[in-house]
Design a protein around this ligand. Structure first.
Ligand SMILES: NC(=O)c1ccc[n+]([C@@H]2O[C@H](COP(=O)([O-])OP(=O)(O)OC[C@H]3O[C@@H](n4cnc5c(N)ncnc54)[C@H](OP(=O)(O)O)[C@@H]3O)[C@@H](O)[C@H]2O)c1
Length: 286
């Protein structure tokens, strides 16, 4: 039987690394999509050692750069004739306002626009997959995004790291919901999740009082092994083979905040993301 292929973004660290190790043990071929080859190479070897199929590929991609995402998608399309699972895991918190090469606020560019573009460019490969699934790692931090303003995502009027992170994680839930709607009937499922408060490299950029509090709380956070459980469940369990459009916590559906439940927000975000990534032109070029 042909093994199934799972692409994991940010597979070199934290929750993504454990997800890759566990899915490789379950027999998946793994594509690691990472921005830092130095960090990713040793992890690739580690995954190869436990992999049932022995196939662990590494693709370089900086998700904050649209050109880099297009290049990575081209490479994947060249190397693979189908994709079964796309695990949009990579994400980060940025304390000080920064902008991507495309001139877009860096948290939003990395945590939402990169995965949005990558997923859309790989949809045809997913359509050829076996029980294809898109899983997007969001966060309970989406609840920090109250007063979410679509027109300020790409260029906020005043920057606050937690608000920007919360808004990007709200975008993850809205994106997963709208993707589920759009792929309904094609057999592709799309769900998002909160992994828990997990002891990883996440938050290395958190400074200020909030950062101190975050670091003091870290000993009480769960392990990356525990934190990866919901990602692995959504990526591989037959129980959720046909479940789509939901947000999960501890491998169970959970109701996200009001803004994340709004179909109006989901559609408006999709339209904005299409415009900011010039999706229609990109689709023609890959
Ligand atoms: N840890 C928590 O408590 C927690 C809670 C809720 C949600 N989450 C979410 O869980 C996901 C995984 O985070 P983690 O906790 O495992 O943190 P982590 O250990 O810092 O891993 C994050 C991964 O994302 C990658 N990444 C960041 N920016 C990227 C870019 N521009 N292009 C490509 N890859 C990029 C990182 O690459 P480098 O190693 O090269 O930096 C790393 O591989 C994130 O989406 C995060 O928002 C985490």
């Amino acid at each position: 039987m042909q093994s199934r292929t799972c692409l994991i973004t940010g597979a070199n660290s934290g929750i993504g690394r454990i997800s890759a190790l566990e899915l490789a043990k379950k027999g998946f071929d793994i594509i690691m999509l990472c921005r830092n080859a130095e960090k990713a190479r040793p992890v690739r070897q580690e995954i190869k050692k436990v992999s049932k199929s022995g196939r662990v590929d590494l693709i370089w991609c900086d998700l904050s750069s649209q050109q880099s995402v297009v290049q990575a998608a081209r490479e994947i399309i060249d190397r693979y004739d189908r994709l079964d699972v796309l695990l949009n895991n990579a994400g980060l918190y940025i304390h000080k306002e920064q902008y991507s090469l495309d001139g877009i606020e860096l948290t939003f560019a990395t945590n939402h626009l990169g995965p949005f573009l990558l997923t859309n460019l790989l949809l045809d490969l997913l359509r050829k997959g076996d029980r294809p699934r898109v899983v997007t790692v969001s966060s309970e931090a989406h609840r920090f995004s109250s007063g979410f303003k679509l027109d300020e995502l790409a260029k906020p009027r005043s920057y606050n790291g937690w608000k920007a992170y919360g808004a990007s994680k709200l975008c993850n839930i809205l994106f997963a919901k709208e993707l589920a709607e759009r792929t309904m009937g094609e057999g592709i499922t799309s769900n998002s999740l909160h992994p828990g408060a997990v002891k990883t490299n996440f938050g290395a950029d958190i400074s200020s009082l909030m950062g101190l509090a975050f670091r003091l709380m870290q000993p009480f956070f769960i392990s990356p092994e525990k934190g990866a459980e919901t990602s692995i469940y959504l990526a591989s369990s037959p129980e959720v083979e046909k479940v789509t459009g939901l947000y999960f916590d501890k491998s169970r559906p959970k109701t996200p905040n009001q803004e994340a439940q709004s179909s109006y927000n989901a559609k408006a975000l999709w339209a904005l993301s299409e415009k900011l990534t010039e999706l229609n032109n990109r689709l023609v070029s890959v």
